[in-house]
Design a protein around this ligand. Structure first.
Ligand SMILES: Nc1ncnc2c1ncn2[C@@H]1O[C@H](COP(=O)(O)OP(=O)(O)OP(=O)(O)O)[C@@H](O)[C@H]1O
Ligand SMILES: [Mg+2]
Length: 232
Protein backbone atom coordinates (compact mmCIF):
# COMPACT_ATOMS: atom_id res chain seq x y z
CA UNK A 1 0.00 0.00 0.00
CA UNK A 2 1.34 3.50 -0.80
CA UNK A 3 1.64 6.02 2.02
CA UNK A 4 -1.45 8.13 2.60
CA UNK A 5 0.43 10.62 4.73
CA UNK A 6 4.09 11.46 4.98
CA UNK A 7 5.76 14.05 7.18
CA UNK A 8 9.46 14.74 6.74
CA UNK A 9 11.60 16.92 9.02
CA UNK A 10 8.56 18.85 10.20
CA UNK A 11 9.20 21.85 12.43
CA UNK A 12 6.03 23.55 13.52
CA UNK A 13 4.41 25.57 16.26
CA UNK A 14 2.42 28.68 16.98
CA UNK A 15 3.64 31.90 15.40
CA UNK A 16 7.35 32.18 16.14
CA UNK A 17 7.20 29.46 18.83
CA UNK A 18 8.49 26.09 17.61
CA UNK A 19 6.89 23.08 19.35
CA UNK A 20 7.65 20.18 16.98
CA UNK A 21 11.28 19.53 16.01
CA UNK A 22 12.20 17.32 13.08
CA UNK A 23 9.13 15.07 13.13
CA UNK A 24 8.96 12.28 10.55
CA UNK A 25 5.93 10.09 10.03
CA UNK A 26 4.86 7.63 7.34
CA UNK A 27 1.36 6.29 7.39
CA UNK A 28 0.24 3.61 4.95
CA UNK A 29 -3.28 3.64 3.60
CA UNK A 30 -5.70 1.78 5.92
CA UNK A 31 -3.22 1.67 8.80
CA UNK A 32 -3.50 3.06 12.30
CA UNK A 33 -1.09 5.01 14.47
CA UNK A 34 -1.17 5.80 18.17
CA UNK A 35 0.53 9.01 19.30
CA UNK A 36 1.59 8.85 22.93
CA UNK A 37 3.40 11.15 25.31
CA UNK A 38 2.94 13.15 28.44
CA UNK A 39 1.00 16.41 28.76
CA UNK A 40 2.39 19.22 26.68
CA UNK A 41 4.81 17.20 24.51
CA UNK A 42 3.12 18.28 21.27
CA UNK A 43 0.50 15.63 20.47
CA UNK A 44 -2.27 18.12 19.71
CA UNK A 45 0.22 20.30 17.86
CA UNK A 46 1.10 17.33 15.63
CA UNK A 47 -2.55 16.75 14.67
CA UNK A 48 -3.04 20.50 14.23
CA UNK A 49 -0.02 20.62 11.94
CA UNK A 50 -1.39 17.81 9.76
CA UNK A 51 -4.73 19.67 9.53
CA UNK A 52 -3.12 23.07 8.91
CA UNK A 53 -3.96 24.79 12.19
CA UNK A 54 -0.37 25.66 13.13
CA UNK A 55 2.62 27.50 11.65
CA UNK A 56 4.88 25.25 9.60
CA UNK A 57 8.49 26.40 9.96
CA UNK A 58 10.17 23.65 7.97
CA UNK A 59 9.85 20.23 6.43
CA UNK A 60 7.02 18.85 4.32
CA UNK A 61 3.60 17.26 4.66
CA UNK A 62 2.47 15.05 1.82
CA UNK A 63 -0.97 13.54 1.42
CA UNK A 64 -1.50 10.95 -1.32
CA UNK A 65 1.93 11.87 -2.67
CA UNK A 66 1.21 15.60 -3.03
CA UNK A 67 2.38 18.43 -0.82
CA UNK A 68 -0.39 19.92 1.32
CA UNK A 69 2.01 22.06 3.35
CA UNK A 70 0.60 25.31 2.00
CA UNK A 71 -3.04 24.35 1.81
CA UNK A 72 -5.57 25.92 4.19
CA UNK A 73 -7.56 23.71 6.56
CA UNK A 74 -10.70 23.55 4.41
CA UNK A 75 -8.73 22.31 1.40
CA UNK A 76 -7.23 19.52 3.50
CA UNK A 77 -10.73 18.59 4.71
CA UNK A 78 -11.86 18.52 1.09
CA UNK A 79 -9.02 16.13 0.25
CA UNK A 80 -10.24 13.74 2.95
CA UNK A 81 -8.80 14.72 6.30
CA UNK A 82 -11.16 14.54 9.28
CA UNK A 83 -10.47 15.82 12.77
CA UNK A 84 -12.02 15.00 16.16
CA UNK A 85 -10.71 17.79 18.41
CA UNK A 86 -9.69 17.41 22.02
CA UNK A 87 -12.66 18.72 24.03
CA UNK A 88 -15.25 17.69 21.42
CA UNK A 89 -16.57 21.14 20.37
CA UNK A 90 -20.17 20.05 19.86
CA UNK A 91 -22.52 22.85 18.74
CA UNK A 92 -24.63 23.23 21.92
CA UNK A 93 -27.63 24.92 20.30
CA UNK A 94 -27.99 22.42 17.47
CA UNK A 95 -29.66 19.04 17.88
CA UNK A 96 -27.65 15.84 17.69
CA UNK A 97 -28.90 15.29 14.16
CA UNK A 98 -28.14 18.87 13.10
CA UNK A 99 -24.62 18.52 14.51
CA UNK A 100 -24.16 15.54 12.21
CA UNK A 101 -25.80 17.05 9.14
CA UNK A 102 -23.68 20.23 9.14
CA UNK A 103 -20.60 18.10 8.50
CA UNK A 104 -22.13 16.00 5.72
CA UNK A 105 -20.10 15.30 2.58
CA UNK A 106 -20.94 12.69 -0.02
CA UNK A 107 -19.57 9.20 0.62
CA UNK A 108 -20.27 5.89 2.32
CA UNK A 109 -20.90 7.44 5.75
CA UNK A 110 -24.49 8.60 6.18
CA UNK A 111 -26.70 9.50 9.15
CA UNK A 112 -28.01 5.95 9.23
CA UNK A 113 -24.55 4.44 9.32
CA UNK A 114 -23.39 6.78 12.07
CA UNK A 115 -26.51 5.87 14.06
CA UNK A 116 -25.69 2.21 13.42
CA UNK A 117 -22.22 2.69 14.88
CA UNK A 118 -23.50 4.74 17.82
CA UNK A 119 -27.10 3.68 18.62
CA UNK A 120 -27.40 6.13 21.58
CA UNK A 121 -27.14 9.00 19.09
CA UNK A 122 -30.17 7.70 17.19
CA UNK A 123 -32.18 7.70 20.42
CA UNK A 124 -31.08 11.26 21.18
CA UNK A 125 -31.34 12.64 17.67
CA UNK A 126 -33.68 15.50 18.68
CA UNK A 127 -31.77 16.43 21.87
CA UNK A 128 -29.64 19.55 21.88
CA UNK A 129 -25.86 19.14 21.78
CA UNK A 130 -25.54 20.30 25.39
CA UNK A 131 -28.29 17.99 26.68
CA UNK A 132 -26.43 14.74 26.14
CA UNK A 133 -23.83 12.97 28.29
CA UNK A 134 -20.08 13.33 27.86
CA UNK A 135 -19.86 9.89 26.26
CA UNK A 136 -22.65 10.75 23.83
CA UNK A 137 -20.93 14.03 23.00
CA UNK A 138 -17.78 12.12 22.17
CA UNK A 139 -19.76 9.72 19.95
CA UNK A 140 -21.24 12.80 18.31
CA UNK A 141 -17.80 14.34 17.76
CA UNK A 142 -16.58 11.16 16.07
CA UNK A 143 -19.86 10.72 14.17
CA UNK A 144 -19.62 14.29 12.92
CA UNK A 145 -16.11 13.66 11.60
CA UNK A 146 -17.32 10.48 9.88
CA UNK A 147 -20.16 12.42 8.20
CA UNK A 148 -17.41 14.30 6.35
CA UNK A 149 -16.35 10.94 4.88
CA UNK A 150 -12.64 11.27 5.62
CA UNK A 151 -9.94 8.91 4.36
CA UNK A 152 -7.70 10.02 7.21
CA UNK A 153 -9.26 10.41 10.65
CA UNK A 154 -7.33 12.26 13.35
CA UNK A 155 -8.65 11.83 16.89
CA UNK A 156 -7.35 13.85 19.83
CA UNK A 157 -7.92 12.04 23.14
CA UNK A 158 -11.42 10.77 22.34
CA UNK A 159 -11.52 8.73 25.57
CA UNK A 160 -10.55 11.62 27.86
CA UNK A 161 -12.66 12.05 30.99
CA UNK A 162 -15.11 9.25 30.24
CA UNK A 163 -16.39 6.57 32.63
CA UNK A 164 -14.80 3.12 32.10
CA UNK A 165 -17.96 1.56 30.69
CA UNK A 166 -18.25 4.34 28.09
CA UNK A 167 -14.55 3.97 27.29
CA UNK A 168 -15.21 0.29 26.48
CA UNK A 169 -18.10 1.18 24.16
CA UNK A 170 -16.08 3.83 22.35
CA UNK A 171 -13.03 1.64 22.12
CA UNK A 172 -15.09 -1.11 20.49
CA UNK A 173 -16.38 1.44 17.98
CA UNK A 174 -12.85 2.70 17.28
CA UNK A 175 -11.65 -0.84 16.82
CA UNK A 176 -14.41 -1.45 14.31
CA UNK A 177 -13.55 1.75 12.44
CA UNK A 178 -9.86 0.95 12.32
CA UNK A 179 -10.16 -2.74 11.42
CA UNK A 180 -13.25 -2.89 9.24
CA UNK A 181 -13.57 0.42 7.45
CA UNK A 182 -11.25 1.77 4.81
CA UNK A 183 -10.03 4.45 7.19
CA UNK A 184 -6.54 5.48 8.12
CA UNK A 185 -6.52 6.64 11.72
CA UNK A 186 -4.27 8.56 14.07
CA UNK A 187 -5.24 8.24 17.71
CA UNK A 188 -3.76 10.57 20.31
CA UNK A 189 -4.28 9.05 23.72
CA UNK A 190 -3.13 9.46 27.32
CA UNK A 191 -3.77 5.84 28.12
CA UNK A 192 -0.98 3.99 26.32
CA UNK A 193 -2.50 0.63 27.17
CA UNK A 194 -5.79 1.39 25.43
CA UNK A 195 -4.20 3.06 22.41
CA UNK A 196 -1.78 0.18 21.85
CA UNK A 197 -4.68 -2.27 21.93
CA UNK A 198 -6.36 -0.83 18.83
CA UNK A 199 -3.48 0.45 16.69
CA UNK A 200 -0.84 -1.16 14.48
CA UNK A 201 1.90 1.39 14.94
CA UNK A 202 2.89 3.87 17.60
CA UNK A 203 4.87 7.06 17.89
CA UNK A 204 6.01 8.42 21.24
CA UNK A 205 6.70 12.15 21.51
CA UNK A 206 8.78 13.95 24.08
CA UNK A 207 9.24 17.72 24.02
CA UNK A 208 8.30 17.90 20.38
CA UNK A 209 10.65 15.11 19.27
CA UNK A 210 9.90 11.55 18.20
CA UNK A 211 11.53 9.23 20.75
CA UNK A 212 10.01 5.98 19.46
CA UNK A 213 8.36 4.89 16.25
CA UNK A 214 7.48 1.26 15.58
CA UNK A 215 4.87 -1.50 15.86
CA UNK A 216 2.37 -1.14 18.72
CA UNK A 217 2.94 -4.82 19.54
CA UNK A 218 6.55 -4.05 20.38
CA UNK A 219 5.61 -1.64 23.18
CA UNK A 220 2.61 -3.74 24.20
CA UNK A 221 5.02 -6.57 24.91
CA UNK A 222 7.47 -4.37 26.81
CA UNK A 223 5.70 -2.30 29.50
CA UNK A 224 9.00 -1.32 31.09
CA UNK A 225 10.32 0.23 27.90
CA UNK A 226 6.99 1.92 27.33
CA UNK A 227 7.06 3.44 30.81
CA UNK A 228 10.61 4.66 30.24
CA UNK A 229 9.73 6.21 26.88
CA UNK A 230 6.76 8.07 28.24
CA UNK A 231 8.56 9.17 31.39
CA UNK A 232 11.68 10.56 29.68
N1 LIG B 1 -2.14 28.00 20.77
C1 LIG B 1 -0.92 27.88 21.30
N2 LIG B 1 -0.06 28.92 21.30
C2 LIG B 1 1.18 28.80 21.83
N3 LIG B 1 1.65 27.67 22.40
C3 LIG B 1 0.83 26.62 22.45
C4 LIG B 1 -0.50 26.66 21.91
N4 LIG B 1 -1.08 25.46 22.11
C5 LIG B 1 -0.15 24.70 22.73
N5 LIG B 1 0.99 25.39 22.94
C6 LIG B 1 2.22 24.87 23.56
O1 LIG B 1 2.74 23.84 22.75
C7 LIG B 1 3.26 22.79 23.54
C8 LIG B 1 2.63 21.48 23.14
O2 LIG B 1 1.23 21.54 23.40
P1 LIG B 1 0.21 20.45 22.90
O3 LIG B 1 -1.15 20.98 23.18
O4 LIG B 1 0.52 20.08 21.50
O5 LIG B 1 0.56 19.23 23.86
P2 LIG B 1 -0.22 17.86 24.08
O6 LIG B 1 0.81 16.79 23.98
O7 LIG B 1 -1.40 17.78 23.20
O8 LIG B 1 -0.68 17.99 25.61
P3 LIG B 1 -1.99 17.39 26.35
O9 LIG B 1 -1.68 15.97 26.64
O10 LIG B 1 -2.08 18.20 27.59
O11 LIG B 1 -3.17 17.59 25.45
C9 LIG B 1 3.01 23.17 24.98
O12 LIG B 1 4.19 23.72 25.51
C10 LIG B 1 1.93 24.22 24.89
O13 LIG B 1 2.04 25.14 25.95
MG1 LIG C 1 -3.41 17.70 23.53
Amino acid sequence: MPDLLRLSAVRAGYGATVVLEDVALELAERSSLAVLGRNGVGKTTLLGTIMGHTTLHGGSIEYRGKSVSRLPVYERVRLGMGFVPQGRYIFPSLTVEENLIVAERAGPWTLERVYGLFPPLAERRTHMGNQISGGEQQMLAIGRALMGNPALLLMDEPLEGLAPIIVDTLLAALQRLIREESLTAILVEQSARLALEVTERVMVLNRGCVVFSGPSAELRADPKRLANLIAV
